[in-house]
Design a protein around this ligand. Structure first.
Ligand SMILES: Nc1ccn([C@@H]2O[C@H](COP(=O)(O)O)[C@@H](O)[C@H]2O)c(=O)n1
Ligand SMILES: [Mg+2]
Length: 290
């Protein structure tokens, strides 16, 4: 039904459940469907040619507008907190305060740097960010069929929006919820807007000021894409979910995290830098409409 599900990167705890959900999504059609996706390391690539690709935070951290000392401090934070973020032996409850600590300290350092709004396009242009292979097909299929795509990211909203703009995929069906920068009247970064979104609070608790999911109340079928265990709660704010297919990219510490990912996500894509499987599933669901 979806040849891409035969790829060696694909792992499913229950292929039968996956088949059943995909059939239901196809039967009910695009008018009932919405897609909820993480950004960093889900729509963007984790690595290329053996090197890590930057997250939306890293795009800023590594840029020339940050002093050498600032860059070093931001890197030190990454090296300390990232292993905690992905540690399969710690609970989310243990991780939450530490993630708040990481984001707060990193944003505090960025605030000391006099980042200008007008520099964002150049910062992104000069970065090493890469979107996953197949990203154009993904965005174009959703746009063509008026399927809403909600990008729910603990990254930096202004940066990720610019990445999408430069890739020419920021279509009107795309909405973003993320950490946005607040600039003063001279265009200098003065703070990050509330609420702070980190890896383990991507749920209805930070969506109070938006009625995005309420506006889409007839779309009770969901495809959810993520790369973290925290991403699994991104669609918790959707009422009356009928069918949900969760697809998880397992990018890092694969052997250690495999068990948890296979238990939690319907489809796990191990070290797969493409959107081939997602596109194959969408292509099947949209079937004759394509
Ligand atoms: N200072 C920081 C804080 C977080 N990160 C990474 O960003 C990712 C969050 O964005 P999503 O789009 O994936 O929600 C997360 O994986 C952190 O590792 C960072 O690079 N720097
Ligand atoms: Mg991510």
């Amino acid at each position: 039904m979806v040849p891409e599900l035969e790829k060696a990167t694909v792992h499913m705890k229950s292929p039968e459940h996956v088949r059943r959900v995909i059939s239901a999504l196809r039967k009910e059609g695009p008018d009932k469907l919405q897609v909820v996706s993480d950004f960093d390391m889900t729509l963007s690539r984790f690595g290329f040619n053996g090197r890590r690709c930057p997250t939306s935070h890293n795009i800023l951290d590594n840029s020339q507008v940050i002093s050498e000392e600032g860059r070093k401090k931001l890197k030190d934070l990454l090296h300390y907190y990232y292993p905690i973020e992905i540690d399969p032996n710690r609970t989310m409850e243990e991780k939450r305060p530490l993630m708040v600590e990481w984001w707060t300290r990193a944003h505090g350092l960025l605030l000391q740097q006099k980042i200008l709004k007008r520099d964002i396009a150049k910062i992104v242009e000069e970065s090493e960010v890469m979107l996953r292979d197949g990203v154009n097909t993904f965005f174009d299929q959703l746009h063509q069929h008026n399927i809403p795509l909600f990008i729910f990211s603990a990254g930096v909203g202004d940066i990720l929006e610019e990445v999408l703009r430069q890739a020419k995929v920021f279509h009107p069906n795309v909405n973003v919820m993320s950490n946005y920068m607040d600039f003063d009247d001279k265009g200098v970064l003065r703070q990050f807007k509330e609420p702070l979104i980190h890896t383990y609070n991507k749920n209805a608790s930070v969506l109070e000021k938006t009625d995005h999911f309420q506006q889409l109340s007839s779309r009770t079928n969901i495809i959810l894409l993520g790369d973290s265990m925290g991403d699994l709660s991104m669609a918790d704010g959707v009422a009356n979910v009928e069918n949900i297919l969760t697809i998880g990219f397992l990018n890092d510490k694969v052997d250690e995290q495999r068990g948890k990912y296979r238990d939690a996500y319907d489809v796990v894509l191990e070290k797969d830098e493409t959107l081939d499987v997602v596109n194959g599933i969408l292509c099947y669901i949209l079937g004759d409409l394509n």
